[in-house]
Design a protein around this ligand. Structure first.
Ligand code: T46
Length: 140
């Protein structure tokens, strides 16, 4: 599994740092939604789902956390600890977010609006979904 991590350009000067993100330039999709999570309790693990179509970029803009990515065949753990780094999370990718520092703010840029029907919330359904996608590809 290839992990795609972006190092965004930092515009730093004596006043500090600034990162600007533009769709199709710094972010590979149209940004239709931004959300962020903070005040995550110690030991909390979030996520536990995949998306059928949604693509996202996860940026821990303050503090740190870890992301588990699982494509149904392989798992990778990606630490996020820099406000200028973004992790691309494709569709059909199981994700779990954990090990949040008390000050962590995890911001997410999403390619679509919130749609409950895009979520795959059961791991067994996710494995089935990946299997069907792969057999669909093989038939083409
Ligand atoms: C994902 C990971 C990284 C909304 O009303 N609108 C929204 O855009 C979102 C994202 C959530 N919600 C509501 C739905 C739930 O009642 O906020 C509540 C918490 O959402 P959820 O339990 O889905 O949060 P996470 O942290 O498990 O997952 C979220 C995203 O939902 C998901 O797409 O990839 O962050």
């Amino acid at each position: 599994m290839q992990v795609i991590k972006y190092a965004f350009q930092q515009h730093g000067d004596e006043r500090g740092q600034l990162v600007a993100l533009e769709e199709f330039k710094d972010i590979p999709f149209e940004i239709k939604r931004v959300y962020y999570m903070y005040d995550t309790g110690q030991g909390v693990r979030r996520g536990f789902h995949a998306h059928k179509s949604l693509e996202q970029i996860l940026i821990c803009i303050h503090g740190s956390c870890k992301i588990l990515l699982d494509n149904g065949g392989e798992k990778k753990i990606v630490p996020l600890e820099c406000p200028y780094e973004g992790l691309y999370v494709s569709n059909a990718m199981w994700r779990e977010m954990y090990d949040f520092s008390p000050d962590a703010v995890l911001m997410v840029l999403a390619s679509d609006y919130y749609k409950e029907e895009d979520y795959i919330r059961s791991y067994d359904d996710f494995l089935e979904y990946v299997k069907n996608q792969e057999s669909g590809k093989a038939e083409k």
